[in-house]
Design a protein around this ligand. Structure first.
Ligand SMILES: [Zn+2]
Length: 122
């Protein structure tokens, strides 16, 4: 495929309803990326202690967003875990791809664990 053919293909592709990419041709990327939902992780190392929005800095965080590699591929949930860390052994920058059912199962398990902890705290 020539560059012109690839560019033409990007211009003609159909986005997902949740895609935030305004122009796939300009981005040179056929992937649809949805909006990030970011959770700051306040118990992790190097979490900012000042009264600032931690997400404006390089704070430890977990992000989830919808993703499709390109037309014809399945739509998935991506989970990104990030912690800068003070040394390379504590750094974390990993992405996990899940089916919609797997994401629902993970959510259910997290809620069950929260319920277990809260039940013990009473
Ligand atoms: Zn798109």
């Amino acid at each position: 495929m020539t560059t012109a053919e690839y560019t033409s293909r990007l211009a003609a592709m159909e986005c997902t309803p949740w895609c935030t990419v305004r122009d796939h041709e300009a981005a040179h990327d056929p992937a649809c990326w949805g909006p990030d939902r970011v959770t700051a992780l306040s118990l992790e190392d190097d979490f900012p202690t000042a009264a600032v929005n931690p997400l404006q800095f390089d704070a430890p965080r977990a992000s989830v967003y919808p993703y499709r590699q390109e037309p014809g591929y399945r739509e998935v949930v991506k989970l990104h875990l990030y912690r800068a860390g003070r040394n390379e052994f504590r750094e974390l920058d990993a992405e996990v791809v899940m089916t919609l059912d797997e994401a629902r199962q993970l959510i259910a398990h997290v809620l069950e664990v929260v319920d277990d902890v809260e039940a013990g705290a009473r």
